[in-house]
Design a protein around this ligand. Structure first.
Ligand code: 13P
Length: 251
């Protein structure tokens, strides 16, 4: 199973900036990309095509969308469909990022619809889950993560290739705060997620990748990526610059 090193650029970068950063990453990793790694760049919608053009000939590089609306087409002003993401060059998409759940009020039910619809449409899906600091303090880690996982996955049609589903554990308190979860916390959450994936998908649960996200940097990535059940990382701030993200990819 290849480790997935994903860069979520959130609402940063113009078309030119995104294309130039992607080109620089391809250049920096041309001779140093580890064989067991894949790089996924997730730019804002407006920059997807520019990033795709920059990475299309680079082995092991992929482009993803940060979100979509679960319908093939229609009167959904401001939204974008899985088919449009595929058309622009994406093969992955995120669903349920904590900023969508907590800033935009997205429900777990809608997140589940997105995962199911995205898989049906041919996108590989990255379902994001994670607890807030209050939930953690109240001892609700298991309850919250399992609820998000079940709501996110229970409507997905079975029979998809295990490479098409990825779960990202991103504790909300570690996102953009510089507070990275410790090995003990990451191991605990990822073990819980693996156990539930095996229960939900007995045939392929062991092959579904689980990423860690939350203040991942070049100097902590090596330790994180070596932990049991950590099959990659989902990086925000430290993925915006080609040099720092390249160091993460090779960590
Ligand atoms: P940071 O790496 O900036 O903490 O963001 C993590 C994240 O939200 C990735 O999706």
């Amino acid at each position: 199973m290849k480790k997935l090193m994903a860069a979520n650029w959130k609402m940063y970068k113009t078309w030119d900036e995104a294309r130039d950063t992607a080109k620089a990453m391809v250049r920096l990793l041309a001779n140093s990309m580890p064989k067991d790694r894949e790089v996924l760049l997730i730019p804002p919608f407006t920059a997807i095509r520019g990033v795709y053009d920059a990475i299309r000939d680079a082995k092991g590089f992929y482009v993803g969308g940060q979100d979509f609306y679960p319908a093939a087409e229609g009167a959904y002003t401001g939204e974008i469909s899985p088919g449009q993401l595929l058309d622009a060059g994406c093969c992955f998409a995120l669903a349920g990022h904590s900023e969508r759940r907590h800033v935009l009020g997205e429900s777990s039910e809608l997140v589940g619809k997105k995962v199911a619809f995205g898989l049906d449409s041919g996108l590989s899906m990255i379902l994001c889950v994670g607890e807030t600091v209050e939930e953690r303090k109240e001892g609700k880690l298991t309850e919250v993560v399992l609820k998000q996982l079940r709501a996110g996955l229970n409507t997905a049609a079975r029979g998809f290739d295990p490479e098409m589903l990825v779960v990202a554990y991103e504790p909300v308190w570690a996102i953009g705060t510089g507070l990275v979860a410790g090995p003990k916390e990451i191991l605990e959450a990822h073990k819980l997620i693996r156990k539930e994936l095996l229960a939900m998908f007995p045939d392929i649960g062991s092959e579904i990748r689980i990423l860690y996200g939350g203040s991942v940097k070049a100097d902590n990535c090596g330790e994180i990526i070596a932990l049991d059940n950590v099959d990659g990382v989902l990086v925000g701030g430290a993925s915006l610059k080609a040099d720092s993200f390249s160091l993460i990819v090779t960590a």
